[in-house]
Design a protein around this ligand. Structure first.
Ligand SMILES: CC(C)(COP(=O)(O)OP(=O)(O)OC[C@H]1O[C@@H](n2cnc3c(N)ncnc32)[C@H](O)[C@@H]1OP(=O)(O)O)[C@@H](O)C(=O)NCCC(=O)NCCS
Length: 167
């Protein structure tokens, strides 16, 4: 069982539309992560993800199958040395440590390929699994903002975790 990061390819679309169409994933994501998640959403996403080079949005691959997504979103202007990390995994693969491996791979890839000094992630305060994963991968809690998120008619706390380039 080997976890790799690789670019999304068109032939991932059908499987992507199945695994991403899950409220248990969407509820912890930005609203731009569609729910329901259609095959059209999958093709649009895959096309968008392959536009930049080196790619900042990658598939989490387990033995040739895309089982989730991970990306670093490069910031601009005065935040140009920062990138926001986002990730999700198909529910059937939760609890096996795969996302921990994927995040560690992404940290190395992002610092090797982009001129950034800090990678941050902003899980909801209620997202216990995501908080634990960030702690396991070396992220440090930098801020806890109260009720800044409004999703599905509920206010949520926002946590800011970050990891810095090692000198
Ligand atoms: C977040 C997500 C990627 C984690 O995947 P996962 O496969 O469960 O992650 P792992 O198994 O590597 O680690 C999860 C850790 O959190 C812990 N955990 C999970 N749910 C928990 C809960 N409700 N309460 C406390 N701890 C919890 C697990 O025990 C594990 O810790 P351990 O290794 O010390 O036992 C997955 O749940 C997901 O895709 N969620 C929806 C999308 C999402 O939240 N994305 C992140 C947005 S910031």
């Amino acid at each position: 069982m080997e976890i790799k990061l690789r670019p999304w390819i068109k032939t991932d679309a059908e499987h992507l539309a199945i695994i991403a169409n899950n409220y248990n994933i969407a509820k912890f994501m930005m609203n731009q992560f569609p729910h329901p998640y259609t095959i059209e959403n999958a093709y649009t996403f895959i096309e968008m993800s392959t536009k930049s080079s080196p790619s900042n949005i990658l598939a989490i691959d387990l033995n040739g199958i895309a089982i989730g997504g991970i990306g670093v979103h490069l910031q601009s202007d005065i935040y140009c040395k920062n990138a926001e990390l986002g990730y999700w995994l198909a529910e059937e693969y939760w609890g096996k440590g795969y996302i921990t491996t994927a995040i560690l791979l992404m940290i190395n890839y992002a610092f090797d390929n982009f001129d950034i000094e800090r990678i941050y992630a902003k899980p909801f305060g209620s997202n216990k699994g995501s908080k634990r994963v960030l702690e396991k991968t070396g992220f440090v809690l930098e801020a806890h903002l109260s009720k800044t998120i409004f999703k599905n008619n509920v206010y949520e706390d926002e946590l800011i975790y970050a990891v810095r380039r090692k000198v």
